[in-house]
Ligand binder design. Structure first.
Ligand SMILES: *[C@@H]1O[C@H](CO)[C@@H](O)[C@H](O)[C@H]1NC(C)=O
Ligand SMILES: *[C@@H]1O[C@H](CO)[C@@H](O)[C@H](O)[C@H]1NC(C)=O
Length: 353
């Protein structure tokens, strides 16, 4: 039955999302309404994936021919997530062959998140998985940046448990980034016969500084890096072989380091150091173009970063400053102009209660 455009637009406009933010000083309800993104079509040479049922084995969400993308979804970063999704689709030559796996807190309103996504991306292949943050909360020790203590930040360590077993390879993406290149190229990174993870490596970064003196002065701990050419990598963009991850039970290995961190401080940051402890020196390096990170700067008050030299396939606003917040505050950094075209926010306004 054809729907009249007028009714269609009315339905769209009434599908706005209500987000509640609570903090120590005030409780305000933010209403964020997002525009509908255009539909993106496969080019002719894309593999045809038969999508037989909505969720099971025959679904695109299970297909080996799909590019699987995992991201977290929450109210605080939803605007960033929407921009990231749009950027992935827009630069993909086979956008209809992308399957999105969103991890949301089990206490979040999943139906609200789901309807927010589908009203902006009516044709998106996606699933929302609830993440029991209470299980990871007990493992989190407070870090120097409290935003990093959010349990959902640790969801990337649990993808192998959260996503269905039929998903073998996944590209994990943070929510504060946009792609300007085809994600299929990143997803196709060869992992060799044994590697679990691929990511851009930064061997010039001072690796020592990610761990405390307590860690380095205790040989039974620091020897974990013996015989490994350990380099820093950013966990915001990773290609992960979930089957190998499950085989090696790397979630448990990460949790063991987190448990140790609760007893003795071996690092300062949040979810990153356990990844370094388990994987640094054993990853497949990816070209730096796939994670131009640090664009958030060190400081919300306007420390703007430049791009690293070389080509760019992915821009990542890691750090405290987020482009949407700086644009709203009318204090953007020059590179925030590269994020703005992907912003789907329609009419931001806040209701104080
Ligand atoms: C979740 O959001 C929907 C709107 O999509 C609302 O109707 C529902 O009451 C919310 N549920 C809870 C538990 O807040
Ligand atoms: C690396 O960091 C450590 C600890 O933060 C510091 O002691 C050391 O001097 C740094 N090395 C270099 C080469 O900057």
């Amino acid at each position: 039955m054809p729907r009249s455009p007028a009714i269609f637009h009315f339905l769209l406009l009434s599908l706005f999302a209500v987000f509640a933010f609570a903090n120590a000083t005030a409780v305000s309800t933010m209403i964020q309404q997002f525009k509908e993104a255009p539909q993106f079509y496969n080019s002719l040479d894309c593999p045809v994936i038969v999508d037989e049922d909505e969720e099971g084995e025959g679904s695109i969400l299970c297909s080996d021919q799909a590019v699987h993308v995992a991201m977290t979804l929450d109210t605080a970063y939803i605007r960033g997530s929407m921009a990231a999704i749009l950027s992935v689709l827009q630069h993909s030559s086979c956008p209809q062959n992308i399957a999105f796996h969103f991890v949301a807190s089990a206490t979040a309103n999943a139906s609200l998140l789901r309807s927010t996504i589908s009203s902006s991306f009516p044709y998106l292949n996606f699933q929302v998985y609830p993440f029991d943050d209470s299980s990871v909360s007990r493992l989190i020790s407070t870090s120097i940046r409290s935003a990093l203590d959010c349990p959902l930040n640790y969801a990337r360590s649990y993808l192998a448990n959260l996503l269905p077993c039929c998903v073998r390879r996944v590209v994990y993406l943070d929510s504060d980034l946009v792609l300007v290149d085809d994600i299929a190229k990143l997803a196709a990174t060869p992992l060799g016969d044994t590697s679990v993870l691929a990511a851009p490596e930064y061997c010039n970064a001072n690796f020592t500084s990610y761990f405390t003196l307590t860690f380095w002065s205790n040989p039974s701990l620091s020897l974990t890096f013996a015989n490994r050419k350990a380099c820093y990598f950013n966990t915001g963009v990773m290609v992960i072989d979930l089957a190998r991850w499950r085989e090696g039970d790397y979630t448990t290995k990460i949790e063991e380091w987190m448990e140790l961190q609760k007893r003795m401080r071996i690092y300062e940051l949040g979810s990153l150091p356990p990844f370094l402890l388990v994987f640094a020196g054993n990853i497949v390096p990816v070209d730096h173009r796939w994670n131009q990170h640090g664009l958030g700067g060190d400081n919300f008050r306007g420390l703007c970063r430049d791009l690293h030299p070389g080509p760019v396939s992915l821009l990542h606003w890691s750090g405290k400053g987020k482009p949407w917040a700086r644009l709203d505050a009318n204090r953007p950094c020059p590179l925030d102009a590269l994020w703005a075209p992907y912003d789907l926010l329609q009419t931001p306004f806040a209701l104080d209660s």
